[in-house]
Ligand binder design. Structure first.
Ligand code: TRP
Ligand code: SF4
Length: 326
C-alpha cells in the first residue's frame, strides 16, 4: 500500500517539555507506522520573531534533534531534516508570495494575536507576516497530504489549503490540499498550575534527570484548601492529579478516592507521581545520554535527511516551474 505523505515541523526555540512530548512528539512517533513522514526543524521560522539574537539556534537544533530521536523518531523510517538545508523551500515560498493576497495574511488570527502578545518587540517585519506562506511552502514542497498540528495551527493550515487551491487554479493542479490531523489536546499544567510554558519557567523538560524531576514535582501546587493530610482533597483542581491521569493511568481511581477521603498526603502523592514520570521517561533519558556522546551520528542523520527531503523537493520545484512556465 502506498503511504500518504505527512509533514510537520517545530521551531527550534529550546528544549521540549513534557507537554510538548505528550501533546505532539509522542503522536509523531506513532504516526511513523502509518505515513511517509517528513519532520522538519524549522529554523527559518524561528527567525521570524527571533531574528535579533541568533546565537542559540545551532544549539537548539541539536537539542531538538536529540529530543526527537530519544522519543523514538526513527530516521530510517522518517525524513528528519533542517528547514534551511532544503533551499527549494525558499524558492517555493517566493513563488507562493506572488500569488498570496495580503488580505489573507492580515486577517490571520495568529498574526493578530502574536502582534499583541509580543508588543514591545519589533516584529512588524515582512517575514513575520509571511510566516504562514513559509509554512505552506514547508508542507507543499514535500507534497504533504496530512499535517499533525494542535488547534492553534488550524488557521495556518487553512491558508496552506487556500494557497494550494489558488496555485492549482491559476496554473496546473499539482498540489494536494493538506488536511490537519488534530492532535488530541492533553493539557498539562506547569508546576505552578499555570499553562506549561518556557516563558513562565514552570516546565518539566524531557531532558530533566530523575533528581530534577523529583525536585520539580515537590514544588508543584496542589489543592490549596488542603492543609492537613486528613483534609478531604479535590483532585479535579489539583495539578498533580492532572499529571497522575497521564502518568499513573491504572491506579488513577484509587488515588482519587484516597485523596477525597483524606487518606493520602500530597507529599506521598507527589512522590508516587515523580517515580511514575521517571519510569516512563527512563528509556528516553537513557537514549538521550547515548546520543549526546555521538555528535557525528547526529550530523549524519541531518545530512541524510536533507538529501532525502531534497529529492522530493526538487521534483516538486520542477513541476512548479513547468506549471508556471518559468
Ligand atoms: N507554525 C508551526 C508551529 O508554530 C511550526 C511549523 C512550521 C509547522 N512549518 C510547519 C507545522 C509545517 C506543521 C507543518 O507550531
Ligand atoms: Fe493533589 Fe494528590 Fe494532594 Fe490530592 S493528594 S490534592 S491529588 S497532590
Amino acid at each position: 500500500m502506498v503511504q500518504k505523505n505527512l509533514m510537520s515541523g517545530m521551531r527550534p526555540t529550546g528544549k521540549l517539555h513534557l507537554g510538548n512530548y505528550l501533546g505532539a512528539l509522542s503522536n509523531w512517533v506513532k504516526l511513523q507506522e502509518e505515513y511517509n513522514c517528513f519532520y522538519s526543524i524549522v529554523d527559518w521560522h524561528a527567525l521570524t520573531t527571533g531574528y535579533e539574537d541568533t546565537s542559540e539556534i545551532k544549539v537548539n537544533i541539536k537539542e531538538m534533534l536529540i529530543d526527537w530521536l530519544s522519543a523514538g523518531i526513527d530516521p530510517e523510517k522518517s525524513v528528519v531534516f533542517v528547514q534551511s538545508q532544503v533551499k527549494e523551500t525558499a524558492e517555493l515560498h517566493l513563488l507562493f508570495s506572488m500569488i498570496t493576497p495580503l488580505s489573507w495574511l492580515e486577517r490571520n488570527p495568529t498574526y493578530k494575536e502574536q502582534l499583541k502578545q509580543l508588543e514591545g518587540r519589533n516584529i512588524t517585519n515582512y517575514g513575520f507576516l509571511g510566516y504562514p506562506v513559509l509554512q505552506a511552502a514547508d508542507i507543499l514542497i514535500c507534497r504533504g497530504e496530512v499535517v499533525p498540528v494542535g488547534e492553534d495551527q488550524l488557521p495556518h493550515l487553512e491558508l496552506t489549503r487556500e494557497i494550494a487551491r489558488r496555485f492549482n487554479y491559476l496554473y496546473e493542479p499539482i498540489f494536494p490540499e493538506p488536511k490537519a490531523l488534530l492532535t488530541e489536546a492533553k493539557v498539562l499544567p506547569g508546576i505552578d498550575g499555570r499553562k506549561m510554558s518556557k516563558s513562565y519557567q514552570n516546565t518539566i523538560e524531557m531532558s530533566d534527570s530523575p533528581d530534577e524531576i523529583r525536585r520539580k514535582t515537590k514544588l508543584m501546587v496542589t489543592d490549596p484548601e488542603r492543609i492537613r493530610k486528613t483534609d478531604p482533597g479535590h483532585p479535579d483542581i489539583c495539578s498533580v492529579f492532572a499529571y497522575n491521569k497521564l502518568f499513573i493511568k491504572e491506579h488513577i481511581e484509587d488515588i482519587r478516592k484516597e485523596c477525597e477521603k483524606g487518606k493520602i498526603g500530597c507529599v506521598e502523592c507527589k512522590r508516587r507521581l515523580a517515580e511514575s514520570i521517571i519510569n516512563e521517561m527512563r528509556p528516553i533519558y537513557e537514549k538521550r545520554k547515548e546520543l549526546e556522546n555521538k555528535p557525528s551520528i547526529l550530523e549524519d542523520i541531518l545530512i541524510d535527511g536533507s538529501k532525502r527531503a531534497q529529492k522530493v523537493a526538487s521534483e516538486t520545484i520542477k513541476m512548479v516551474r513547468e506549471a508556471m512556465k518559468i
